[in-house]
Design a protein around this ligand. Sequence first.
Ligand code: ADP
Ligand code: MG
Length: 238
Amino acid sequence: MGSLNLKSIRKAFGTHEVLKGIDLEVKDGEFVIFVGPSGCGKSTLLRVIAGLEDATSGSVQIDGQEVINTPPAKRGIAMVFQSYALYPHLTVKDNMGLGLKQMGAPKAEVDAKVAKASGMLSLEPYLARRPAELSGGQRQRVAIGRAIVREPKLFLFDEPLSNLDAALRVNTRLEIARLHRSLKATMIYVTHDQVEAMTLADKIVVLNAGQIEQIGSPMELYNRPANTFVAGFIGSPQ
Ligand code: ADP
Ligand code: MG
């Protein structure tokens, strides 16, 4: 399970309204991509969904339950950031297991889940290393592994590949697509990259200045953009 329902989400920082009424339904198991110009509110929206930021008003439902007052750790969500956000002093194994350990899971369970996730991501050879001893691509795989270990209902990715070089971006994108198929989890993914959006998404959400311009499948947006803004974003290579 991992459906998401956003109703009239607004978020202001002081007098600056960054999200201006977002309504969105994401079905269990869907892969949804957010695209839009820098500063349009994509990261803020992910942070509101995760509970890392309080909405000014509106409703966030996961599997039909209101979670607006539920702390991030209890929402069943895992977030993967562009910057990896790994702990430098912990090994790969401990970075991946930390979330479960903090939730009180027994060591045997943590070890088993870390072993399974590291197998899925071919990270077994690196489990004893620290982040500084890994490449950028390996670090991002650890960050993805850490999310998988927690078995979230909903994965949120905030431009996870933008620090990687072109070849690694392709490999990691294919790996994320594979994970989506095998985990059958709901994934929401922010990107600037048109190829990522067109190849990964069941549904693309085009954001502009805190509002949704259009929601549709890649082909719908490509063939029938609602306006020139969407056409400029999806229709032509950037
Ligand atoms: P995007 O991810 O689409 O590039 P963000 O969600 O990061 O955009 O930011 C949207 C707007 O909100 C920007 O104008 C940004 O400066 C502002 N913003 C984001 N976080 C904060 C914050 N903590 N305090 C004040 N303004 C913020
Ligand atoms: Mg952002």
